[in-house]
Design a protein around this ligand. Structure first.
Ligand code: BES
Ligand code: ZN
Length: 467
């Protein structure tokens, strides 16, 4: 391993220059006007995969964005890693809050600022560089590798499920590796063993055919903005508990041991609150903050639109009101069941004074794995070798819907080994990635392949020793 790690140290600056080029492509999957950029990004990713030495690199067309695949399958008898990541990014609005342009990556105080730096191009690139280091220095990998990178993760991975189901055999592997999550905290590397699921909706209320003069008509008709507020107010009680009937039926209760493990983590609630700029934290009664975010489901309003929102005042009764809402789900809640319960309840609490349209959008199932499986343990050793520190085991509140699909369709465990930081502004202005973590992450990834190879006696390059 020594020659591989030396190579990584020597190439540190080159990696940053290359990553800047990758981050320059505005691969925003949510915006149709960026479709050509998304494709260009898929092609760039494929070219890079060829450059680092992967075989059979190819774009697969889907009804949505291309899926980029590649492989290296010459480690006979060694385990096969299925590496998953995404090359699409979130939109950049509100653009005026960015301190430097989101697609002109800039390094400031040891961090690289750009949309996609942490979520997820930077973390995908880290693995490509780890693969490159192995192949350049030893002409081989200690594991077999199948790589699948999608361009629709940020919009619900619509094409990916079918792709995986159709290619069940080609995608056979021993373990899935994903780096698309934050570590627990700065200086606290972690392995994530649980993610929440999601179900997302748009609610449209229409009161009248057109906007109305609020003097001429106010008092005679229902105001959809007001009705929407009343409807949303019925989704949660004052203790933060979701009021959709049946919502908690399938929630797997937190085990006492798990609660105890959460309490051991170095979490400072006051620091957390001040970092967020929140006057006071709020969440479900009787649960700690980490429990609320990792192990309890939620109902959130993601956006509201109605009436006059410009400067000044306009006396109007809006014709329509729209809300985007979503529920984060935990094991063993099923998105389809929850969606049905929510729609029934929403119909029930919406008065007949407005016309209601419910549009179900994307979603995904929650996921949790046992962390005593050998691959998770191998990853923990790799993190320790890369970061000089043992990782903690954590759950996360975010969602990566494909993880449940890998489990269900391919019967594969996943190792979530993320090197982002919780405060790196994923999905927000000024997204960034700590370059120290990026660098250590390349080293840890290189060790990860070595550790997984070792499970069947296939360590990296016998000639350079165990390192
Ligand atoms: N990288 C995130 C997932 C994530 C975030 C994992 C935080 C752990 C902690 C991913 O890119 C993402 O944003 N996923 C979406 C999925 C959704 C669109 C179905 C999410 O969680 O909102
Ligand atoms: Zn994301």
């Amino acid at each position: 391993m020594n020659t591989i790690i030396d190579f990584i140290h020597t190439n540190r600056d080159r990696y940053i220059d290359e990553l800047k080029a990758y981050l320059a492509i505005p691969s925003i999957s949510a915006l149709p006007e960026h479709a050509a950029d998304v494709r260009r990004c898929a092609e760039w990713t494929a070219e890079e995969m060829r450059r680092v030495g992967l075989d059979h690199v190819q774009l697969y067309e889907t009804p949505g964005n291309p899926i980029v695949c590649g492989e290296w399958l010459k480690a006979e008898g060694a385990p096969t890693i299925l590496f998953y990541g995404h090359y699409d990014v979130q939109p950049v609005d509100p653009i005026e809050l960015w301190e430097s342009p989101p697609f002109e990556a800039m390094v400031r105080s040891g961090e690289i600022y750009a949309r996609g730096a942490a979520d997820d191009k930077g973390q995908v690139f880290m693995h490509l560089k780890a693969i490159e280091a192995h192949l350049r220095q030893t002409s081989r990998l200690p594991v077999n590798m199948k790589i699948i990178l999608e361009g629709e993760e940020e919009v619900g991975s619509e094409s990916l499920d079918a792709f995986i189901r159709d290619r069940r055999d080609e995608l056979s592997a021993d373990v899935v590796v994903i780096s698309d999550s934050p570590m627990f905290d700065r200086g606290v590397p972690s392995i994530c063993y649980g993610l929440r699921g999601l179900t997302y909706f748009q609610i449209d209320l229409r009161g009248t055919a057109s906007d109305l003069h609020s003097g001429s008509f106010g008092g005679a008709v229902a105001n959809p903005a007001f009705v929407l507020s009343q409807v949303l107010a019925q989704m949660k009680d004052r203790g933060g508990r979701v009021k959709v009937p049946g919502f908690y039926d399938a929630v797997r209760p937190l085990r006492d041991e798990e609660r105890a493990e959460f309490k051991k983590l170095p979490f400072n609630e006051k620091h957390y609150r001040t970092e967020l700029g929140a006057p006071k934290l709020f969440g479900e009664r009787d649960y700690t903050t980490l429990e609320r975010v990792w192990a309890r489901p939620t109902f959130e309003v993601n956006g509201l639109q109605s009436g006059f929102t410009g400067d000044g005042a306009k006396t109007v009764i809006p014709a329509t009101a729209t809300a985007k809402v979503s529920m984060r789900l935990v094991p063993d809640q099923e998105p389809d069941t929850i969606a049905k319960q929510f729609e029934d309840y929403l119909r029930k609490v919406t008065p007949k004074t407005v016309a209601l349209t419910i549009t179900r959008m994307h979603g995904g199932r929650p996921w949790m794995t046992e962390f005593d499986n050998p691959y998770v343990q191998a990853a923990a050793r790799a993190v320790e070798r890369g970061f000089g520190q043992q990782p903690v085991f954590n759950r996360e509140g975010g969602s990566i819907p494909v993880v449940a699909t890998f489990q269900e369709v391919l019967d594969l465990p996943s190792v979530l080994f993320g090197i982002g930081l919780p405060d790196e502004n994923a999905h927000a202005p000024n997204e960034r990635l700590d370059l120290g973590n990026f660098h250590n992450g390349i080293i840890a990834s290189a060790y990860l392949y070595d550790e997984i190879g070792r499970l069947t006696g296939h360590a990296a390059t016998a000639e350079s020793g165990g390192g």
